[in-house]
Design a protein around this ligand. Sequence first.
Ligand SMILES: [Ca+2]
Ligand SMILES: [Ca+2]
Ligand SMILES: [Ca+2]
Ligand SMILES: [Ca+2]
Length: 350
Amino acid sequence: MKIKILKFSLLLLLLCSVVVSCNNDDDDDGDAFVIEDRTEQQAKDKDSLIAYLTSHYYNSGFFETGSNHKYTDIVITPLAEGETVPENHTLLMTAVEERTTTYLEADYEYYVLNIYQGDGESPAFTDMVRVRYSGSSINDALDGTYDVFDSSVTPADFNLQTDGNSYGVIKAWQLVMPTFNASSDYEIDGNGNFSFTNPGLGVMFIPSGLGYFSGSTTGSVYDNLMFKFELLQFEVEDHDNDGIPSYLEDIDGDLDVTNDNTDEDFYLNFIDTDDDGDLVLTIDELIPTTYTVDTNLGEEEPVLAAYEFERTRSQIDGIITIKTVTIIDSDDDGTPDYLDPAFTTNYNEL
Ligand SMILES: [Ca+2]
Ligand SMILES: [Ca+2]
Ligand SMILES: [Ca+2]
Ligand SMILES: [Ca+2]
């Protein structure tokens, strides 16, 4: 049997994608509450964000020495009228990176202060992230109040992609978190407290359209938000547990898993256990492999192939058992078996 590994770039050309329309909740007539046009709201929000960034500075000098800095170390201070930015501090506007995106048909600018990139690896846009953070309202800050509406000084987990059964995060988090790296390591002290080695550390300044928009989570609508955060760790998510990590279920590679549905059924690929609808489950259209690593003999763990993914691992008496699956493209046409209804081999029954 020939085993060929899929080249994912080919998928862009070979697969049709089905556009699943986004939910618009603003088509009810007679509502007293009028939802703002996203593009018009963004114009106002951009003005507010720039007003904030040009009138506040942060303690940049603090982060030039030492390591393992915390989000609670970030101090942002309003610039008084006529004041110049003090030594060892930097005006936010000159420190942030402006980024752009299109979301729900509106064009957005948002701003990211990258204080530390992080020494570990980087999550995908569908992964689970473990963070410490605080979120506050920029609108309130411009009005002279500082109001943290949400925070966690202990590590908290968030799915960057909701499957409908779990809470998702605001769009800005899904955009920003994958551009940072997590910590490279951690330690646990005698009291069970974790300390993380050089996590990604930053602040995002975001318009309401990439936050809660017309929702009132923060206590008011159309709030521009600021999140300080440490990206501690992440886990690769496989929402439908079919062996394919969710980020690879983004067939057209547009960083959106809500527009990929190979078999055009009710279930998007990332929540579909039979992606091509050929009645052989995706997990059965992948090649299973079991590795046994005897650490008593000093054996090393295997290096996985490019399209091989760990499913489970267990350890008994120093012997690690790792089960993986590998994507196969039997006819080498660029469409792997699990996305190709013409191939129905069940590799778990061979
Ligand atoms: Ca997609
Ligand atoms: Ca489907
Ligand atoms: Ca799937
Ligand atoms: Ca198939």
